[in-house]
Write a protein that binds this ligand. Sequence first.
Ligand code: 5GP
Ligand code: MN
Length: 337
Amino acid sequence: MQNIQLFKAFMGQTRQVVIVTHHKPDADALGSSLGLAGYLNKKGHSVTVITPSDYPEFLHWMPGNAGVLALDKGNQKLITEKINQAEIIFCLDFSALNRVQDLTTILRDAPGKKVMIDHHLEPEGFADFVKWDVRAASTAQLIFNLICELGDEHLIDANIADCLYAGLMTDTGSFRHSNTRHEEFAVAGELVRLGADPSKVSKLIYDTNTLERLRLMGFVLSEKLKVLPEYRTAYMTLSADELKRLGSQTGDTEGLVNYGLSIKGIKLSVMIHERKDSVKLSLRSLGEFSVNEMARKHFEGGGHRNASGGSSSLSLDQTLQKFLSILPEYKDQLNKD
Ligand code: 5GP
Ligand code: MN
């Protein structure tokens, strides 16, 4: 971390801490937050973890989950107070302020010091302390590295290790994606030494499906997955009606986009689904093709080169038409090697 000595000095006193992560947090967002919270609690700080939305049930097992304040209609006032009273606010797994959606203004104007810890491309400079590494596969490993930098590795217990391992495991696609380097395995090894249980975490995250989720997967793969060989592209869409009809819950669409990318020859895969007030896009690519560029330029989003997200205020069908209409712009790139 830049200014680590200043940061250390600031955290030398007991602080009111808020940890906030992005809208619809995934395992890295929530695992980083709860792992850091577990550590800071041990240091005697008073810590509240806040999420701008709900999150999938397959993350609810994480130690500390019961104390998370997930923004909904009933707790806006409490969350606003917590953010305004915080002496220091950790912003984890995002580096564009608007990723906290309805909390953007509150967070931007909050008087506390801000710490940004993240691994996404093109970060905004809103923080007083920054730990940012675009090569890191996960925010969770940056939390691990920070705790080590502070000389507190011995405070990482099995609960903290499980949370951090969950983030590292999922953001590397179980150590399969191209972001998996020696460093990721090294941190994973350390976390296991400190008590993380890979088989347990993997089971809790990947193998706790509801029947509805499996049926949704079956429906998407048999009915909704389309391939455009001339663009080496796969895409799928899901309407709110379809999601409702299949009894889907938050998080059920996660990971579906990867099936498109698993098809031989495909370089770009996109899942487009309808949410309450917008249409959400998940984009994945292989190799040099940058979905970050595509998401930023056309869908008010961003992320990593090979995994990005975005949104659209058009209808589901119009969003799909827009996506199809920009493909010619990328035809050469998609067909390069
Ligand atoms: P997913 O498709 O799984 O939601 O997200 C893929 C990656 O892109 C994740 O690293 C996620 O944090 C990031 N991401 C998802 N949606 C958005 C978005 O709307 N804006 C930005 N900047 N990043 C996003
Ligand atoms: Mn992440």
